[in-house]
Write a new protein. Structure first.
Length: 509
């Protein structure tokens, strides 16, 4: 008869006893913490502008916290140096701070937060937030202009006030005719002719890009971003690297405009062998130009959505999709020229030519996407430029008026118009010249304009030419600071002459 195996006796081993004791200790600790609450201090998990460069399109930042916060304690303790006026809003653990105005370019800012509490803490439980610090800065304050004297004549020159440096971007064998910065400021699109081609009017111009050496570290997409986020090239490049965009072998390049997104170029071209083949082409990097089949037109401007273009056609302005054969999106018969769009595309400035034989005038209109048309000003001279300030409340314009007398002489005036009230404020009378270029700083804090001097020898083939074809001997650049009174209205101040000899200045975005 077989016997059953005996059951092993249950004896606690030393390691089992230790494990049981530890489990009991940790259970008591966890239970105690659960009953007494979380004693760790709240903290900032992410600051969307931390160590980034911000531009005029960046209007709000996000602070993300480790837990829900007491709003009043955060708002009371948040500090930005130098101060940036704005308002706060909340969504869960995130706080958005929306600026009233763009952050000034060329300025470094420090954000500090200390002493804020989470939503569930008591007044004396010691859970105040420890000091959090981070920095961010506005983009470099920089301008580009055309040299006008000596070996700088006709060359693009970058002056970076923030870095205190100046760089000649284009080589001496090219004479730049027109140019437009990319939205990230890392490149400039320009048209140019060969210096030895005897082509002062740009009839044989090619289109190029040149790098500026600037590479921004922009915030990720967040609240308050107006328009398309600037897209610099993936890797930084030194200044002065040139790439050909359009040659001139088969087509004559007449005019171009860069899409606000910076992703493509729209050019007006004419076939050298068949002049009837005239119109718009779209050029994407690395691809052949694509013609946009549409009715012929005149001056044009790509809309902020980068999908349509406003172009003078017949007796009005047509809004055309950038697709061959597509029907116009809109037609505005009373207007003959578009000057500018607001950054969000909600409004445009257009010029109406009043063809009264006895008293011909020009009128500036504000045309909104809802179809409203507001007459802002009328002059017996010309309306040259109109640019929206960042708030879209004030338009800064270059207009001329005829001076009394038998001779046709126009007085240029820098003026500003309130887009809501229609109030007009004349800021500055400019020298008696027609060829003036004005550029409003992206942060809205100042204007650039040039003052040209006509050459004594108009037949000088090597001299730069103005828009009217006159030879230019030299030109000075001026800065007009935009200061506002207690009611927020721009005031007339004295302009400041810059120590720069140049023509057609433009701020980098």
């Amino acid at each position: 008869m077989t016997s059953r195996p005996s059951k092993p006796s249950k004896r606690w081993q030393p390691i089992d006893r230790i494990a049981l004791i530890l489990i009991m200790i940790f259970s008591l600790l966890i239970g105690g913490l659960s009953l007494s609450g979380d004693h760790t201090a709240p903290r900032v998990r992410d600051f969307s502008w931390g160590d980034r460069q911000i531009g005029a399109e960046d209007r709000a930042f996000l602070l993300t916290f480790s837990r829900p916060m007491d709003h009043e304690s955060v708002e009371r303790n948040l500090k930005i140096d130098p101060p940036l006026a704005g308002k706060m809003s909340w969504a869960g653990r995130r706080m958005a701070y929306t600026l009233e105005n763009p952050a000034p370019y060329g300025t470094q800012f420090k954000l500090q937060l200390q002493g804020a509490r989470d939503l569930y803490s008591k007044n004396r439980d010691g859970r105040e937030m420890l000091l959090y610090e981070s920095t961010f800065q506005g983009r470099d304050r920089a301008l580009v202009y055309l040299g006008v004297e000596g070996d700088r004549a006709g060359r693009l020159i970058l002056n970076n006030f923030t870095r205190k440096e100046e760089i000649i971007l284009t080589p001496p064998d090219l004479v730049v005719m027109d140019y437009e910065p990319y939205p990230a400021g890392d490149r400039i699109l320009f048209s140019a002719t060969q210096r030895n081609s005897n082509d002062p009017f740009g009839l044989d111009q090619k289109v190029y890009t040149v790098t500026t050496g600037i590479h921004i570290s922009a915030p990720t997409i967040g609240p308050g971003v107006e328009g398309d986020r600037p897209k610099p090239k993936s890797s930084p490049q030194p200044a002065g690297v040139i790439e050909l965009v359009l040659d001139n072998r088969e087509y004559q390049n007449l005019k171009f405009d860069l899409a606000p997104s910076g992703e493509f170029v729209v050019a007006q071209r004419a076939n050298r062998q068949n002049p009837s083949e005239f119109g718009l082409w779209v050029i994407y990097p690395g691809k052949e130009p694509e013609r946009v089949e549409t009715e012929p037109g005149g001056d044009f401007l790509v809309a902020p959505d980068s999908t349509s273009v406003a172009m003078a056609q017949g007796e009005g302005m047509a809004i055309l999709p950038l697709q061959s054969g597509a029907d116009p999106l809109d037609f505005l018969p009373k207007f003959g020229m578009v000057l500018s769009f607001s950054s969000d595309g909600s409004a445009a400035t257009m010029v109406k030519f009043n063809r009264d034989p006895e008293n011909p005038t020009e009128s500036l209109f504000l045309v909104t996407s809802q179809g409203t048309e507001k007459d802002l000003l009328t002059t017996d001279g010309s309306i040259l430029t109109a640019q929206f300030d960042p708030s879209k409340t004030w338009l800064y314009c270059l207009v001329t008026k005829l001076l009394p007398g038998d001779q046709f002489i126009e007085q240029p005036i820098l003026t500003t118009v309130n887009t809501k009230s229609g109030e007009r404020i004349d800021l500055l009378k400019l020298p008696l010249q027609r060829d003036i270029q004005m550029s409003l700083a992206p942060d809205g804090l100042g204007l650039l304009f040039d003052q040209t001097v006509t050459a004594d020898s108009p037949d000088n083939q090597e001299a730069l030419r103005g828009s009217d074809g006159s030879a230019i001997a030299t030109s000075r650049l001026w800065f007009f600071p935009i200061l506002k009174d207690k009611d927020g209205k721009p005031t007339a101040v004295e302009p400041q002459q810059l120590p720069l000899v140049g023509l057609r200045p433009q701020w980098l975005p």
